[in-house]
Design a protein. Structure first.
Length: 94
C-alpha cells in the first residue's frame, strides 16, 4: 500500500522538478479534497488519487489511470499548462 506521506513526497518532487513548487500546497489540498489521498478512490465518474475522468485521461493521461505516481505526473503537467480549473476542488478553493 502506498502511503499518503509517500504521495506527498512524490508530489513535492514532481512539482519542484516541473518548476511549479509554489503550487504544492494547493495541489496537496486539491488531492486531499478529491480523494483523501486514496489512490484507489472512485466516485463512478472519476478515478484515482487525483480523480481523473476517462475523458480527461484520454486527452492528457499516459499509462494506467489508477497509478498514483502517473496521476501526479499528469496533474503536474496539466498544472504547468494552467489547467488547474479542471479540478472541482481547485475551483471551490478559489
Amino acid at each position: 500500500m502506498i502511503s499518503e506521506s509517500d504521495e506527498k513526497d512524490y508530489l513535492r518532487e514532481i512539482f519542484t522538478y516541473m518548476d511549479i513548487a509554489d503550487q504544492i500546497p494547493i495541489a496537496q489540498a486539491v488531492i486531499a479534497c478529491e480523494s483523501g489521498f486514496n489512490w484507489n478512490a472512485s466516485n463512478g465518474i472519476s478515478f484515482g488519487i487525483a480523480q481523473f475522468t476517462p475523458d480527461t485521461w484520454a486527452d492528457f493521461g499516459e499509462g494506467d489511470i489508477m497509478n498514483p505516481h502517473t496521476q501526479i505526473r499528469v496533474m503536474a503537467k496539466m498544472w504547468k499548462k494552467g489547467l488547474q480549473e479542471r479540478w472541482d476542488c481547485f475551483r471551490a478553493m478559489q
